[in-house]
Write a protein that binds this ligand. Structure first.
Ligand code: WTA
Length: 631
């Protein structure tokens, strides 16, 4: 945080302050951390419970915390069922626009009808409470209906991002032991159909638990359907059973709602588990307070429902709050770079939540594309996924927000379930800082021993108190959950986030980036270990190291150092072949920017690759402490 930037303050206008629901931060925050359980009980009271909890927080099995222990709830009861008893029933829940311009609108009543039908279909395929259904879909309404339908009948969903490869999909289906998969023939991206069903066909060959694939028709391309395994959704939707009532399953507050795979610093992706109770409370509270949601708002979170941002802030938080949400299927620059601004104008969007990568991508086309449209409906902006550079922040603020819409730069993770460090609309903003912790959560920046670092100094970001949105575990791996997040500060009982950060003299948090072997590329989270094993699975490679280097658009780009097997010689063709191989193994987002062939990799004496040294060398920076480097 350069000195001058830390001084740059943007104050909320009187208009913003007058309109804001939450009027005050300091006192409320102090109160909320003095007695967090009362704060979180009060928030939970705003939801409907089938049965009230016995204990707000059961911490008898740390770090496997149980929020609202003994409570009975279903997130769908709050996201849909209870709205049907109020005028929200006839309010628009979802406006969807396809990349090809097609659009669909669903009221809460219609949402309930579609989710109920989907739930009946899943049940008729044998899905029961506690099963895990894998969802692999483009950004179409059925993706959301499928997620909600699982939750309604007490099954958990595991959404796999539609940009992932057959290998990645297969690994996730197998880890979750899914028997049912929901997919589509494809979606549209830059005018072209993306053939999802072909990828599914390839993936499921080696998924022994999988018995049923339900396919939504979106593009109408010819796809192979296997007898007794593959069913078209529209055929099932036409069956009488789809249109019968379906009760929402009564769940324990600590029953699994979903699992979502994300990259860690070692080995295979981790299935992060979230539960009905705490997650409902946390996503709805943060969504309503951070985005200052008003009943008349049209809200657009331009993430993919397949990532945590989509789960918490496209689907669950907004629906619990009875919001009108917008969903767009395709690329931001299709057919022209004004696609987003055109849709904001067309639908009168009031709140836009997106990533720094998307902002940088659109900024590069220049402001004339924005200024063609009337986007004055925008009242509030949001950013998530990676640190936002002050230049992109200012463009977003001035060109998109016209200097009147505050930017909520929200820091959080798949594991935190929702916003942890974030401004509120009344917070004075500093471009590039996520500002301060949300109510009811204590956050710190500490050294390896757990001492607070001095203002302006870099340290490890920790969360010092449990919060209701926290993941409860890694699917079927208690030990890994403890080791990944809790072991480092076991004595203090703090959550170790894996990010490096600083705090300035005003108590503002500045996130620097991952401090572990996780790389954020365009806001997507990838593990160096996964990239390396994809590189090494190419027959020409014997050893590899992946690092992240700064990239103007993507934030970070992947650079790989590879040692070839004897008999192979470095060439541009081989470089291209290995890059394509990684993209095929993991998905296009993981495609390395560059592969450098090398004879040796810097390692510690115990054989660990020193990525830090590679990174410093690549950037021409000092290599730091290399006392552990082997001879
Ligand atoms: C990074 C995304 C800076 C951070 C919701 C974190 C951020 C990782 C911000 C989690 C932000 C997220 N400023 N960095 N506002 N938001 N990050 O699990 O490194 O995909 O640890 O969740 O994204 O990524 P994940």
């Amino acid at each position: 945080m350069p000195e001058q930037e830390a001084q740059d303050l943007f104050f909320p206008s009187d208009e913003v302050k007058a309109y804001a629901t939450v009027k005050e931060y300091d006192k409320t925050y102090a109160q909320s951390i003095k007695d967090p359980l009362s704060f979180w009980a009060e928030q939970a009271e705003k939801l409907e419970w089938y049965q009230k909890w016995d204990k707000v927080l059961d911490d008898s099995d740390k770090p496997f915390f149980k929020w609202y222990a003994g409570g009975k709830i279903n997130i769908i009861h709050n996201a849909i069922d209870r709205h049907l008893k109020t005028p929200i029933r006839n309010k628009i829940a979802l406006i969807w626009e396809g990349e090809n311009g097609e659009s669909k609108v669903f009221s809460y009543h219609a949402l309930n009808r579609e989710v109920t039908a989907f739930a009946n279909i899943l049940k008729s395929m044998g899905v029961r409470k506690g099963d895990i259904v894998t969802i692999y879909m483009p950004q179409i309404p059925e993706q959301i209906f499928a997620m909600l339908a699982c939750a309604k009948i007490g099954a958990a969903h595991s959404v796999v991002y539609g940009g992932f490869s057959a290998e990645a999909l297969q690994e996730r289906i197998n880890d979750a032991h899914s028997r049912v998969l929901v997919t589509a023939d494809g979606g549209y991206r830059r005018g072209k159909p993306t053939g999802l069903k072909q990828i599914v066909n390839e993936a499921v060959e080696s998924c022994s638990t999988l018995e049923v694939v339900i396919t939504v028709k979106r593009t109408g391309e010819v796809v192979y359907m296997e007898n007794d395994r593959d069913y078209w959704f529209h055929d099932l939707r036409a069956l009488p059973i789809a249109n019968t009532p379906c009760p929402t399953e009564v769940m324990d507050a600590n029953d699994m709602l979903f699992l979502l795979y994300t990259s860690g610093s070692t080995g295979k992706p981790k299935g992060i588990v979230h539960k009905h109770g705490g997650y409902s409370v946390y996503t709805s509270t943060t969504h309503s307070m951070v985005f200052d949601l008003k009943p008349e708002d049209r809200y657009w979170c331009a993430a993919d429902p397949g990532w945590i941002t989509g789960h918490s802030y496209i689907v669950y938080g907004p629906l619990i709050n009875g919001a009108t949400l917008f969903l767009y299927e395709g690329a931001p620059n299709h057919p022209y770079p004004d696609r987003w601004w055109r849709m904001i104008d067309k639908y009168g969007i009031n709140i836009l939540y997106t990533s720094p990568t998307a902002i940088r991508g659109l900024m590069r086309y220049g402001e004339s594309w924005v200024n063609r449209h009337n986007i004055s409906s925008l009242r509030l902006l949001g950013s998530v996924g990676e640190p936002i550079n002050p230049e992109a922040w200012k463009w977003y603020y001035n060109v998109v927000g016209k200097g009147k819409a505050p930017i909520m730069d929200t820091w959080w993770q798949t594991e935190t379930g929702g916003h942890v460090i974030t401004p509120l609309p009344i917070t004075p903003l500093k471009p590039g800082s996520a500002t301060k912790p949300f109510f009811g959560v204590e956050v710190g920046v500490v050294d390896d021993q757990g001492n607070d670092v001095a203002p302006g100094e870099q340290g490890n970001l920790v969360i010092k108190t449990p919060w209701p949105g926290m993941a409860c575990c890694i699917h079927q791996d208690r030990q890994r959950f403890y080791e990944s997040y809790w072991k480092k500060y076991e004595q203090q009982g703090w959550y170790h986030a894996g990010d490096a950060a600083k705090v300035d003299n005003d108590g503002y948090f500045w996130i620097i980036g991952r401090s572990d072997d996780v790389i954020k590329v365009s806001g997507y989270r990838l593990g160096t270990a996964e990239i390396e094993s994809a590189v090494v699975s190419h027959p020409a490679v014997t050893e590899a190291a992946a690092i992240a280097l700064p990239h103007e658009l993507k934030g970070n780009a992947i650079y790989v150092y590879a040692i070839l097997r004897t008999g192979f010689t470095p060439s541009h063709e081989l470089e291209k072949e290995i890059k394509d191989h990684v993209a095929k193994m993991m998905g296009p987002i993981a495609k390395p920017e560059q592969i450098s062939f090398t004879e040796i990799l810097p390692k510690t004496r115990s054989g660990k690759i020193m990525r830090r040294v590679l990174k410093a060398r690549a950037q021409g920076l000092p290599e730091g402490d290399i006392s552990t480097l082997e001879e």
